[in-house]
Design a protein around this ligand. Structure first.
Ligand SMILES: Cc1cc2nc3c(=O)[nH]c(=O)nc-3n(C[C@H](O)[C@H](O)[C@H](O)COP(=O)(O)OP(=O)(O)OC[C@H]3O[C@@H](n4cnc5c(N)ncnc54)[C@H](O)[C@@H]3O)c2cc1C
Length: 688
């Protein structure tokens, strides 16, 4: 919808300053910040949620000091606060913190009162199906109505978050709790039991919460960290068993609360964050993945949003104290997914060695690095080190997706660059030796199995004859072209070489559209030639027998720049798992541009092109390394013999080295043309 059109419309009932999708905890936090702030008193706000919520479907507990703004906002409505807590077997009186509980029913009541008593707040019981961010507003579709607002706050999960939720190995925190009335033993009446692992673990990580209230009431809740959520027919048995062990023999169930929340660090990184749309609550990644607590964080987020709205700033993602907490969470979650049965041991050793208050500060991400070291040291070391390496492994996987070889080649190119600058006398012959070695294998052998590509069966002499004749014809045509029109011959050589180099690179990177072959091949050749302007100029002078030929600086610069850009284009089309390989290729080329032309070209031809071609041939022909080498050997030896023959012939005619160059290139152009032809046929018919 055209945004100018919206602006020109008279103010209507469906136009709001802010729309909040979901009347849950995050919505409540925003309303609590806005209720008494004059800035928001004239703002029209709409809350959309299909559900009418009145009962205790969940409880919002949090811990804080008594000066904390979140506590001060809700102090009047809290069901209870506890100074004494029990975590595992450790029971302690907190000094600067208290543990608070706000029942869901009370929170929904506060929200209802707020909405009813503020004329600028509207509420509709509708499900939001869709929204789209326009330049000047957000368009929201709910039921059969359309609304517009300046900013949308949403607790609804987006598509990528919903996809994450569907993952089979997603860790979840699931709950099953009873609000009960019972004769609670005296010693339990003033202590909040936060994580009691003394229940059957059943190869899972599960524990019980127990929050005693005034008047013999309590919330007893079974919580599980696991891929499979708690089943509602199993949970009552475990709760009964636990209550029995605490000496509570009879009770009346007043209400039941249950639910499940995802435990993933990815939920936050996939939150919707636009200029006019902000994810809040669970969808905004405000629930700490390793604990499932989020109420206090949502309060802080609401405070940040309020300040940004008042200063007309763009709303940024929620602030987080430090990335290291995300990392700790990741390690713990990785461990719990793989070995949930270790959860009990981990938490119990933490509670045994660390005071409750420090553990709570740690879980609230408020500890210093030194404090964290003592906390981490209390945990089973071996388990965490293993998990640490696994988490790193997940990251390293991205780097190792390219395999080891491209890294080695990059390092080698770097060493050659450094060596060439520091000790050119030593490194120039070394680079040359490497190049010759690389030509011996895989440079020449990769082009010595064309018979396997051109011949369907190699067992009949007539087929051989036809193949060799075809091969020689292509070579003869190339030689003839060079003799008649050397410039055309050179141009053709450059074009089909570019095609061929690009084709191998693109096959490797999984891009199969022809024009990209040419683009990539052009990129590599133009970049190498352009960055070696002087050497290119000399070669062209000799090849074309034009001693005055000049490669101007603008032409060389244009070649380098367009070459570099052409190599960059595949980046937009590449699959994620190939991205690192592409980065390494470009990085190697950039480094190689600092080496003499022959060495730089050798790095590309041997280290990138021939190695990949050889791998493709092995895969496409389903040959082992040894078998392919065996088939390549006769023609490799043949190629050496022809090369030596050429060398011997030219020496015999006593030709100065400079005058060899045209013959060398003629030879290269002639032998590469049929090879390129057969490789093209191979790539067209075989899957790499
Ligand atoms: C049983 C349970 C106990 C928990 N206990 C605690 C605790 O003690 N302490 C703590 O800090 N955290 C706790 N949490 C975690 C967390 O704080 C809560 O899940 C919290 O309710 C999340 O807030 P929210 O606003 O993101 O989502 P919710 O409170 O779940 O609210 C989301 C609302 O959005 C509505 N909605 C969703 N999609 C749409 C749509 N497309 N259109 C319109 N409306 C939509 C839903 O109907 C829902 O009412 C608990 C969670 C559960 C499940």
């Amino acid at each position: 919808l055209n945004s100018t059109l919206i602006q020109n419309l008279p103010p209507q009932n469906n136009h709001y300053d802010y729309i909040i999708v979901g009347a849950g905890a995050a919505c409540l936090q925003l309303l609590m910040h806005w209720k008494s702030d004059p800035f928001f008193s004239d703002k029209k706000i709409l809350i959309l949620d299909p559900e009418i919520k009145k009962n205790n479907d969940r409880t919002w507990c949090f811990w804080s000091s008594l000066q904390d703004p979140c506590y001060l906002h809700y102090a009047y409505a809290l069901q209870s606060s506890w100074k004494k807590v029990k975590m595992g077997t450790r029971e302690e009186a907190l000094t600067h913190l208290e543990y608070h509980c706000l029942p869901g029913s009370k929170a929904y009541e506060i929200m209802d009162v707020l909405i009813d008593s503020n004329s600028n707040l509207d509420r509709q019981y509708s499900f939001v199906e869709h929204w789209s961010e326009q330049e000047d507003c957000v368009l929201v579709k709910a039921g059969n109505q359309t609304f517009f607002c300046q900013h949308l706050f949403s607790t609804a999960l987006n598509y990528s978050q919903l996809d994450l939720l569907r993952r089979k190995d997603l860790l979840k925190q699931s709950f099953f709790g009873w609000w009960i009335e019972a004769d609670i033993p005296e010693e339990m009446r003033d202590t909040a039991i936060l994580m009691d692992f003394e229940i059957p673990q059943e190869q899972k990580c599960q524990f019980v919460y127990f929050l005693p209230f005034q008047g013999g009431k309590a919330l007893v809740e079974l919580t599980r960290f696991g891929v499979e959520p708690i089943e509602s027919n199993q949970a009552p048995l475990l709760l009964e068993q636990w209550l029995g062990t605490q000496g509570i023999k009879a009770w009346k169930i007043l209400e039941v609360e249950m639910g499940s929340i995802p435990m993933s660090v990815d939920l936050g990184s996939q939150a919707s964050q636009g200029k006019r749309v902000t994810s809040i609550g669970t969808a905004g990644g405000l629930i700490k993945p390793s604990t499932g607590y989020g109420f206090h964080r949502m309060h802080q987020h609401a405070q940040e949003i309020t300040a940004q709205l008042k200063q007309s700033e763009e709303i940024g993602p929620p602030s987080s104290p430090s990335g290291r907490f995300k990392f700790y969470d990741q390690i713990l979650l990785n461990l719990l997914v793989r070995k949930p049965q270790e959860g009990q041991r981990i938490f119990q050793s933490l509670f045994k060695k660390i005071p409750c208050e420090r553990t709570l500060d740690f879980l609230e991400e408020k500890t210093s690095f030194q404090e964290e070291i003592s906390i981490l040291a209390s945990l089973p070391f071996g388990l965490f080190v293993k998990s640490f390496f696994q988490v790193q492994g997940l990251k390293l996987k991205r780097f190792s997706s390219a395999g080891l070889f491209p890294w080695v080649l990059l390092l080698l190119t770097l060493c050659l660059c450094l060596g060439n600058n520091l000790a050119p006398d030593l490194f120039e012959p070394l680079g040359l030796a490497l190049l010759i070695g690389g030509l011996v294998f895989p440079g020449i052998p990769h082009g010595a199995v064309d018979h396997l590509l051109g011949l369907k069966a190699i067992d009949h002499w007539r087929k051989w004859l036809a193949f060799v004749a075809g091969y020689l014809c292509i070579m003869a045509a190339v030689i003839a072209l060079w003799l008649i029109a050397p410039i055309l011959g050179l141009l053709g050589f450059l074009l089909y070489s570019a095609w061929h180099f690009g084709q191998t690179d693109m096959q490797q990177l999984g891009i199969y559209w022809g024009p990209f072959n040419m683009l990539q091949g052009y990129g590599v050749l133009a970049f190498l030639l352009g960055t070696h302007a002087e050497e290119t100029e000399n070669i062209l002078r000799l090849m074309l027998s034009q001693p005055n030929f000049e490669l101007s600086i603008p032409v060389a610069a244009a070649l380098s720049l367009t070459g570099f850009l052409a190599m960059g284009i595949p980046a937009f089309f590449i699959a994620k798992d190939k991205a690192m390989e592409w980065v390494l290729l470009v990085a190697t080329m950039v480094l190689a541009s600092q080496l003499p032309l022959l060495m730089a070209f050798g790095i590309y031809f041997v280290g990138i092109h021939s190695v990949k071609s050889w791998m493709h041939l092995q895969k496409g022909l389903s040959f082992s390394f040894g078998k392919l080498l065996l088939y390549a050997t006769p023609f490799t030896l043949g190629a050496f013999a022809v090369g030596l023959g050429l060398y011997w012939g030219l020496r015999k005619f006593d030709l100065p080295f400079d005058q060899w160059i045209p013959y060398l290139f003629l030879f290269l152009a002639a032998i590469s043309a049929p090879h390129i032809f057969y490789m093209h046929k191979f790539y067209k018919t075989k899957e790499i």
